[in-house]
Each structure stands twice: as C-alpha cells, then as structure tokens.
Write a protein of this length. Structure first.
Length: 470
C-alpha cells in the first residue's frame, strides 16, 4: 500500500506491505460524537458540580478568585473551544455570586512552556473576555518569579512543591482543563493541570525525570502509574495550603479538540467522571500480533511550536511519546522509523536553551546522565531571562524532553531517521540516519530476519491514540 507521511513542511509517500496497519486520528477509530451544544453542557456541569456545592456557595462579594486555563499547546482556538466557552460562563457565575471582576485574575498555566503573547491570549480566550476582565488581569504563570511563587512542604511522596502564590492566596482557584489522551500519565487535566501548569521547575523535575519515566509502569500510559501518583500527591499538598480545594471544569476532547463531555467540581470526582469517556476517545485496539516496526510521519511544526520536528531534542521527544502511546501494540524490542527533515533548526527564538542542551548531551554516554547538569544549566540567568521576558521555553523543558526521548532509545533496538537533512543531528540523538524509509525498512528486515509487521502513524501533528493489540 502507498501511505502519505507528514515530513517537514510537506509530505513523503512510501510503499509499505499490504498488511501494514495505518492509524490516523479521526479515521481509524469510531470516536464518541461531539456535544451538540457545548455551552449548554458547560452550564449544566457548573450547575451540578461533583463533590462540592456550586460556585455561588463557594465565594462571596469580597472573594479573590483565580481562574487558570491551559496554554496554546492544547485545546484549539475555535469559537466553541473549551476555554472560550468555560471562562465567560465562570465569570457570569462569579458575578452572580457578587464577586467583583477586579478581584478575578486569569492565569495562563504554561508551566515551563513559553509565555503566550497578548495576541495569543486573545486567540485563546476571545477579545471579549480580555476586555471584560481587563488586560492587566490576564497573566502568564511565571515559574521563576521570586515574589509570585511559594514553596510548600514536600508531598507525601517526598516531591518538591513550589506553586504560583495566587493559587494558595485566592479564596477560590478554578481550573479550566482538558481530559485528553496524553503519553504522560494517561490524560491531561485533573491533577496534571495544577501539578505541571502552575508549579516550578524543581517540582516538575520530580516526575519529569528518568527515576519516574524509566519505570516499567510509565508505558503504556496509564492512570495507575507512579507518575500519576506523583501528580496527585503534589496537587493534594497544594490543596492542603489553600482556603478550599480546586474547583475544576474539565472537558473530554475528541481528535479535533471538540468537547465530548464536560464535568465540574473537585478534581478527584471529575477525574472519575471523565476518564471513562476519555478512554473511549483515546484507547484503540488494533489487529494483532504486535508490530515489529513503528513508522511515524513528523511535520516541521506541531504542538510545542515551530521547528518541533526539526529540533533534534524535540524530534526525539516526539518519537519517545509515540513509542509510549503505541507500546501496547509493539513487540518488546521494536524498530522505530521516523520520517523527519531533521535539519538541525532549533528555533532559538522559541527554544533558546535547546542548542546548548544538545551540545551538553553530546558529552553524556546516556541521556539519563543529563540529571547531573540540571541545577547548573537550569539556573543560568540568560535562560531564565529568556523564559521570563523573551517568550522562550524554560531550560528544564529541554531536559524533560531529552528524558522522554530516552524512553524510545531504551525500548527500541534501533531508531532510524529517514530523510534527515542533517544526519549528524540524528546521530547526536542516538538515532541512525537513512536517506529513505525504504532503506530503514531494509535495515529492519535484516535485524528481524524476515519482513517486519509495520504499524504506521502518518500524522504526528494530530492528537494520538493509545494503542494495543487484540
């Protein structure tokens, strides 16, 4: 069969065996239907929260409220996107309860991602929300703000807990998030939202680290992993310091970021109510036996930003995330082939520390050795300044991406980068460059001694499924 793969800014057509299994978002799986009226469904969720009273009983006229929402990496910007629907309805609820909007702050929960611009904020929330609250009350989380962060006691698992000060000082903190399939801990939303989006790098590195990500329970992605337990324990420690627990409004999203269902209330109750539907969207069973080869098509630009598919660290992270998602449908020691332009463009504007992190990685015998450099690298003033004031990713983000790439390196017996325009950057990530997918498949045939069974994910730019075999 002929399959079209994403590749750089275009595509690559490849011929594959007829028994190859191709998985495309929105095509390979019958997803639950999107909500006909997400506005009405959100109102219904707010009127009937799980595990707590409605918002009007949680606040009063003098209450200070923080509403945290996810950044540009997830959720889309359509008129009915979850953020654009939920935030105005939450403001309505607060005003009906007597809360003055000058006491409400909207916080973009970027975690260690780059801060979003004024224009991007308007795209995420809508101009009306910005005007209604006032632009000075729509802010980015800043994990390096010495006055804006507070350090709490460690979680019951011993993890560091540093969190945005507004969270613990507000009378109520509301989260708007997505229960969407994620290779880190199964799903976004729930405890993952505050534990990664509103914390500091020393807190995030407690779970975005080889000590957690190299555990056997990390892949395939599951809500029963140690990673997920760490997220919950950090969230619990934060809530212990708050006037009252988080109130969350989570939407289950389909592969086009449309709402399938919406629940509101306390995080644990909302997780229990949304994960079942999220599994129906995310988890897909394909014909067996397990595949020998995972073949992925990689565009130049996708969710983390421009150049994600050419920046070698992010290229390998995407491969690692793909292996995690497909782990249940692969043999124990698969071969991975990525069609990636891999031209060595790091996009220093958005990812300023990445080229230096890549060079540091070249001195390590294994990506896990990067843990020895975290403290000195991630506290360098130039990288902190780029994160705080120049819309760049935080330096630890590069380390966490390297650790996800290491998951693929440790699982696969070989990783090939087909079509690498800068072969040395593929080699620098522990991969093998080849001119074409055909050459990589020939190498896989040699390794296995027979024509391999191929599992194909042609479009990494689209939300992925978590795969398993019958």
């Amino acid at each position: 069969m002929r399959v079209r793969l994403e590749y750089g800014v275009g595509h690559m057509d490849v011929d594959l065996p007829e028994n190859a299994v191709v998985v495309r978002a929105g095509e390979s799986h019958v997803e639950p239907p999107p909500l006909a009226d997400p506005v009405a469904a959100t109102r219904e969720a707010l009127a009937n929260p799980l595990g707590c009273p409605p918002i009007r009983e949680l606040v009063g006229p003098k209450s200070r409220v923080t509403i945290a929402f996810p950044d540009r990496v997830k959720g889309g910007t359509r008129a009915t996107a979850h953020r654009k629907v939920a935030v105005p309805l939450l403001l309505d609820e607060l005003e009906r309860a007597g809360v003055r909007l000058e006491n409400v702050t909207l916080v973009n929960a970027i975690g260690l991602h780059r801060k979003n611009t004024v224009t991007e904020m308007a795209e995420l929330l809508g101009e009306d929300v910005i005007r209604r609250v006032g632009p000075d009350r729509v802010v980015n989380h800043d994990a390096e703000d010495p006055d804006g962060m507070v350090t709490l006691e460690p979680s019951h698992l011993g993890d560091v807990v540093t969190v945005n000060r507004r969270v613990v000082e507000s009378d109520l903190t509301i989260l708007v998030s997505h229960a969407a399939g994620n290779p880190y801990g199964g799903f976004s939303g729930g405890s993952k939202m505050p534990s990664t989006g509103l914390t500091g790098w020393r807190s995030i590195r407690c779970h975005h680290t080889p000590a957690t990500m190299a555990r056997p329970d990390f892949a395939p992605p599951t809500t029963g992993s140690h990673f997920r337990s760490q997220l919950a324990s950090i969230r619990e420690r934060i809530e212990a310091a708050m006037p009252q627990p988080f109130f969350t409004v989570d939407a289950v999203l389909d592969s086009q970021s449309r709402q399938l269902g919406i629940r509101a209330g306390r995080i644990r109750d909302v997780e229990e109510a949304t994960w079942g539907l999220a599994r129906c969207r995310t988890e897909v069973t394909i014909p067996g036996p397990p595949a020998d080869v995972l073949l992925v098509g990689m565009p130049r630009d996708f969710h983390y930003g421009r150049g994600m598919g050419t920046n070698p660290i992010l290229m390998m992270q995407a491969i690692g995330a793909s292996v995690v998602r497909a782990r249940g449908a692969l043999r124990k020691d698969p071969v991975v082939i990525a069609a990636s332009a891999c031209d060595g463009w790091f996009n220093a504007e958005e990812f300023p520390p990445y080229a230096a992190a890549y060079q540091l990685l070249q001195s390590c015998d294994h990506p896990h050795a990067m843990v020895n450099y975290e403290e000195t690298f991630c506290t360098q003033p130039k990288w902190i300044n780029a994160y705080r004031h120049e819309f760049g990713y935080h330096p630890f983000h590069a380390f966490s991406m390297i650790y996800m790439g290491a998951v693929a390196r440790d699982v696969a017996q070989a990783i090939y980068i087909a079509g690498a325009q800068s072969p040395e950057h593929a080699t620098g990530m522990g991969a093998i460059p080849t001119a074409t997918v055909d050459e990589a498949l020939a190498e896989a045939t040699r390794l296995f001694g027979t024509e391999p069974r191929v599992l194909v994910v042609p479009e990494l730019s689209k939300p992925g499924y978590h795969l398993r075999v019958e």
